[in-house]
Design a protein around this ligand. Sequence first.
Ligand code: FE2
Length: 481
Amino acid sequence: MAVAFSDIPLYRGWGAPLRVESDIRDLEVAQGEVPADLNGTLYRCGPDRQYPPMFKDDVFIDGEGMAHMFRFDNGHVDYRSRWVRNERFLLQEKARRSLFGRYRNRYTNDPSVAGKSMGTANTNAVWHGRKLLILKEDSLPVEVDPDTLATRGTWDFAGAVKAVSLTAHPKLDLHRNELLMFSYQARGDCTRDFAFYIADAAGKIVHEAWFDMPYPGMVHDFAVTDTHIIAPFFPLITELDVIKSGGPFYRWHPEQQSHFAILPRRGPASEIRWFRGPAVSAGHMMNAYNEGSKVHLDLCLYRGNCFDFFPTYDGSPFKPVPPLLTRLTFDLGGKHDGYEASLLSQAPCEMPKCDDRYVGKPYRYGYGICRSPTAKAGEMGFGAIGRFDHQRSELAAWSAGENCGVHEPNFVVKPGAPEGAGYLIVIVNRIAENRSDLAVLDAQRLSDGPLALLKLPVRVRSTFHGMWVPERALATGTYLA
Ligand SMILES: [Fe+2]
């Protein structure tokens, strides 16, 4: 069978499957100078397509994982990308074709891979417990070599994780060197099990709590405060009869409520407080923190369905809604199960982050991708990097330029510096030139433009998430301690 990709919008232009593993020693410095104190590695992960999919209707969150690394070494930056060679990849490599069907739908797979892992390992990379883990919420983490990106294999925390999958959005507590993680549909497709885990600095599971979700929904991200975790449940729901008949893995159910479970970080599931509200959705959380008996959760909230490729259950048309930075406030001291919602910014934004030392704590600055300040009315493309100042309710931004896109920014903590003093590192899509740049920005002076702009001669196909690992953390396995 000849390898040929369909002519669908997803594969045109920037989204064209790339299928290339790169090694570039010493990226060209096109502008400015790489800061001398910036030593470490930026890890990123995103999907590509190993082979044309079995079905034509591909979705952009599917595809086999490609891991990327930018190693900063005294002003020099080396780039490398490698496929994550997990079970799925190796089976397809041998067969020279796709063997796994529609997104997460095992009932559409080739019979030859029955019982095999569908995991794509395409969403995030995290360095913890001296392991570099590549994550996708459909399966367990895949460990790769932090220097070469060579795949080492599936990691189930020495057998301690019994859930069938782990989130791509764990929260790293830099102060305790703990990794907080969860699994949803944790005993398999359509199960209502939710599992929460904490791994200590050595990567040993030291706490777990299991409870039932209101429905077998999607839980892409969660949030933590210094004392609690917040698990959101939005009504994008998996239905066994639908997937068995070859349908989408999730369908939007606006007639259902959203639910939020708040439980003590190390508490039993019996201590959960449940809160409820209208059907909304969100991919990503910026941060959460406590204020007395209140818990604040800042997230990019869609007042409807955030995914146009997961249809409404009754066939009604998709209604696009913008992601708006919103604060939800839950009162653990009160008796009612509602919450307050307040808009923090009018500018649509996504891929929210904060200074990693402030995860779970009261904080002033948040970062993300946002609409360029020069965008025309009605334009929704995310071509700018923004910094939200919650104290002043201000948005500062840097636009990458016309016909350019930006990936999620990663914050680089300057040890000992006050909140927000550091760098943002961002992959930039130069769409007209069909290649990428890597921009290093002063996180406090975004509008001044990049301190350094590194030029790649190749395209870095879209990446979802990643993290900056300082040289010292890579050597010691610990961050601030
Ligand atoms: Fe995500």
